[in-house]
Design a protein around this ligand. Structure first.
Ligand SMILES: NC(=O)c1ccc[n+]([C@@H]2O[C@H](COP(=O)([O-])OP(=O)(O)OC[C@H]3O[C@@H](n4cnc5c(N)ncnc54)[C@H](OP(=O)(O)O)[C@@H]3O)[C@@H](O)[C@H]2O)c1
Length: 354
């Protein structure tokens, strides 16, 4: 098997010469935190879409500190040979001269559709172009509840809101693609799915609420349904919008992030879940940073092309994975698209180009 791409060899940008802009949802913790860190190190202007200003600003401080520590370490290392590429990009070997990007907070609560519309308007006042959208934020295996938009919480957080956000930002991604036809990596949308999408293998139906007993089992199926719908979304978007590369990513099993917090914080049994997750992590898990590396590979690899890779699903070491039969089924994908557009329009949310 070929070895995975070292993310250090992926393009670095000098934001004073080549301004590359990214939005990532939920970049304040877990996999998202390390994804932002590496985009920042690669010179990206990153907007962290987060529902908590205080958590987000704290994480920005932390990542700026880490980046400066990493630079200090680099400075201590022996000098490498310099290579300067076109358009202000560089590829490895010149750590001391690389520019960091910028990191900004963008207020957004995925459990409130109006907040997405507002965030997109705010973003548009600040930036003309967008090169990368990472739909990272997610919620897993929560008890059944509904958002103020009357969607099940996991479905909205993991799928409906990323759908609305992406379609609202698509005109800007397309404008970026048109304005810079030669740039690599091409503008792209990354969706964090999960191997857990397979839980939906026999129960895929967005119309049913899946609010049945035993709820502690059904909640995993709701997660699977949402993450399957996300894969459908990337496949449909790839078909409909050939200017933008759209891929789904499974980042690996990262057992120490907050996505497991509901289970590990349960009174008494929480400790059992915690032990179970730790053992699982030891056997099969990867770190948050390794998980983020998968996202960075899909985001920055200039060799992923719209022609060959649009709509694909990637896993560990940048390897293409086969999603479940339900996730791979284009009839289901089309139904997912139509149902979502209809449900959003019923609530007064128009999806441009849909
Ligand atoms: N960890 C794994 O093993 C694993 C495996 C496969 C896929 N994934 C996927 O990877 C992604 C990142 O997960 P993670 O493991 O890094 O978990 P995490 O640390 O819990 O990160 C999830 C992020 O989503 C944000 N978020 C949740 N609900 C939100 C809302 N309503 N509005 C705005 N932001 C919201 C969280 O913000 P707050 O800090 O405000 O809560 C947090 O920043 C998720 O989509 C997850 O499904 C994870």
């Amino acid at each position: 098997m070929s070895s995975p791409i070292d993310i250090d060899t992926l393009p670095y940008f000098n934001p004073n010469i080549d301004r590359r802009v990214a939005i990532i949802t939920g970049g304040n913790s877990g996999i998202g935190f390390y994804t932002v860190l590496h985009l920042y190190l690669h010179g990206y202007i990153v907007y962290i879409a987060s529902r908590s200003k205080s958590r987000c600003l704290k994480s920005i401080k932390e990542l700026e500190y880490r980046a400066s520590q990493m630079r200090l370490l680099d400075n201590g290392r022996s000098q490498h040979q310099h290579h300067q590429g076109a358009n202000g990009t560089s590829t490895g070997g010149e750590e001391n001269e690389r520019s960091f990007g910028e990191v900004h907070y963008l207020e957004m609560d995925l459990s409130n559709l109006q907040s997405i519309v507002t965030a997109v308007e705010t973003f548009k006042l600040k930036e003309r172009y967008l090169h990368l959208l990472i739909n990272n934020a997610g919620a897993m295996a929560l008890p059944y509840s509904k958002t103020i938009d009357d969607f099940e919480i996991q479905l909205q957080t993991n799928f409906i809101s990323p759908f609305l956000l992406t379609l609202k930002l698509l005109p800007i991604l397309e404008r970026t693609s048109d304005a810079f036809p030669q740039i690599e990596p091409r503008p792209r949308v990354i969706y964090l799915s999960s191997s857990g999408h397979q839980f939906a293998i026999r129960y895929f139906n967005l119309k049913t609420s899946l609010d049945y007993r035993p709820n502690f089992v059904l909640t995993w199926i709701r997660y699977g349904v949402a993450k399957t719908a996300g894969i459908h979304f990337m496949k449909m978007l790839a078909l409909r919008n050939p200017k933008v590369l759209c891929v789904s990513v499974h980042p690996g099993l990262v057992m120490n992030t907050n996505v497991f917090a509901y289970w590990t914080n349960l009174p008494i049994v929480g400790i059992i879940f915690w032990c179970f997750f730790q053992i699982f992590a030891w056997l099969f898990g990867v770190t948050s940073e390794q998980g983020a590396n998968e996202v960075i590979r899909s985001s920055l690899n200039p060799y992923l092309s719209v022609e060959e890779n649009n709509g694909k699903y990637f896993g560990l070491n940048g390897k293409e994975l086969q999603p479940s039969k339900v996730a791979d089924n284009m009839d289901y994908a089309a139904r997912t698209w139509i149902w979502t557009v209809h449900e959003l329009s019923k609530r007064g949310f128009i999806t441009p180009g849909a």
